[in-house]
Structure formats: C-alpha cells, structure tokens
Ligand binder design. Structure first.
Ligand code: 6PG
Length: 265
C-alpha cells in the first residue's frame, strides 16, 4: 500500500510498542532540547488500548511526562463526563494515571461561547517562543491521529467548513459532520508538527486506506473529499501505524522482529 511518509505494519500489540517507543524518543529529545514536550492526542476507539499500554508497561514510565503538555486534536461539543467526550476517555485511560499537573492538561473548552478562540489563546500562552521566533504556528512535537471510514481525520470531515479554516482551531458541523458538533485542530496547525502519527487498526480501515492510496497515486491529495490526504507535514515526519488487517497483509508471513514496513510500501 503506497502511503506518503513511513509505514509501520505489525500486529496491534507490537504496533502499540512501536508507537510508544517513537513517542518516547520524540518526547525525550524535545525535553532535552527545550525542556518541554507538547503532544496532541486523538479520541475515537482505536487509541484506547494504546493509552492503556502507555500506563501499564513500565518501559513507558521513561516518557518525560512531568515536562509534557497533553492537548487534544478534536473534541465533540458535549460535557466532559458525556460518553461521547474524547477527553473523558483520554482522562480515564491515560492522564488520570500520569504524574502531571493540571496546568499540563489541555482539554478543549468546547462549551464556552468561543471555543476555537479560547483554545487558540491557550496555545499562544503555552508556546511562548512563538512571539520571539520566526515560527508563526505552534509546532507540536507529536500528534496522534486516527482516520474514519469517510477518510476524516481529527474532526476534519469531507466537505465541511473546517477544512479551509486558516486559524489553528475551528468549530465544525454540517451535513457531513457526524454529530455532535465538533471543535478541531485544522490543517495549518496539524501540518506544522514535528511528528504526525496515524494509527489504524482492524480490517474495517482497509477499504478507506486503499481509497486514500489510490487517490494519492492517481490524482494527488484531495482534502475536500478525503481529508486525511490533507495531512502533509511542512517539515515534520508522517508515519502510518497499521496492523496487518488494516494494511491488507493478513495471512502474510510475519516480518522479522522489529519493523515490518517502511516508506512507500
Ligand atoms: C473522534 C476522532 C476521530 C477518530 C476517527 C477514527 O473524535 O472521533 O478524533 O478523528 O480518530 O473517527 O475513530 P475510531 O478510532 O473510533 O475508528
């Protein structure tokens, strides 16, 4: 399957380790260089076992959580104790168990009057070097994305208003947005990241991944119809983490221990 960037294919359990090791490496380097790491996480169901792995496997205690800020890629406009709240899942599976202070945690203020503006203000305050540096957009060290059957990522749904938003955060709703209304990071913010990871597990993801690969090979990115094709890091890395079912490699002999895939496969 020809996807842009790098491809890691491994059984789900190994895949979570690959992803966790990559997060550990990126976070450690960020803290060494700047004393802080900024991570943005996705909701949905796919990353839940990955977050559990981060907590349960003692190897990942080495992630420098005390210097890490945790943000969220997108959120549904519901109270945080609502079953559809992404932050609720992230809090229960991950952040409640981490040695972090509340000032390091950044749920989206989705129920305030201007949630996008409020989250943008929070980003400006947490990325102070922005004003002083040549960078015009916050550069997340690591962003974890998922992908829906319609090729949406974050809450950037096909043919929805947020796709063309130039501010870092947008609200999103309309006929193509799965309710409830959403608040989402936009392409300019996502594509400024250092590491962009897309995690897809299960055969349900395969048809969409095939369509994405075909679209890119035949006609190039079309973010309006297939938003995930709008993920094009400016100068960061894009890595797809797929299990064999998502990659269409079920039944193939397992690859050598270590990595099962590489760029462009
Ligand atoms: C959300 C997500 C969204 C998600 C995909 C995949 O709020 O639902 O952030 O972009 O990653 O819809 O969802 P699953 O992991 O549940 O398949």
């Amino acid at each position: 399957m020809n996807l842009p960037g790098s491809l890691q294919v491994a059984p789900a359990s190994d895949l979570y380790d690959d992803l966790a090791h990559d997060l550990l490496r990126t976070a450690t380097a960020a803290v060494r260089q700047r004393g802080v790491c900024h991570v943005a996480l996705s909701g949905g169901s796919t990353p839940e076992p990955f977050y559990e792995r981060l907590i349960l496997d003692p190897r990942y205690r080495a992630i420098p959580w005390k210097q890490t800020h945790i943000w969220i890629v997108d959120e549904r406009q519901v109270p945080v104790d609502h079953e559809k709240s992404n932050w609720r899942m992230i809090k229960h599976t991950l952040t409640d168990h981490l040695p972090v202070k509340s000032r390091q945690l950044h749920p989206m203020p989705v129920l305030t009057a201007e949630p996008a503006a409020a989250y943008i203000d929070e980003l400006r305050a947490a990325f102070p070097p922005l004003a002083a540096s040549r960078q015009s957009t916050p550069r997340f060290d690591f962003i974890l994305l998922g992908m829906g059957d319609d090729a949406h990522t974050a809450s950037l749904f096909p043919h929805s208003p947020a796709l063309t938003e130039t501010r870092w955060i947008a609200t999103n709703e309309g006929p193509h947005v799965t309710p409830p209304p959403r608040v989402t990071m936009t392409f300019p913010l996502l594509n400024a990241a250092g590491d962009l990871a897309v995690l897809c597990v299960g055969g349900k993801k395969l048809p969409t991944l095939r369509r994405v690969a075909e679209q890119l090979a035949a006609r190039g990115p079309d973010a309006a119809a297939m938003p995930i094709t709008g993920i094009q890091p400016e100068d960061g890395r894009l890595t797809w983490y797929l299990d064999p079912a998502a990659a269409g490699r079920e039944g193939e002999a397992p690859a050598e221990p270590g990595r099962a895939g590489s760029a462009g496969q």
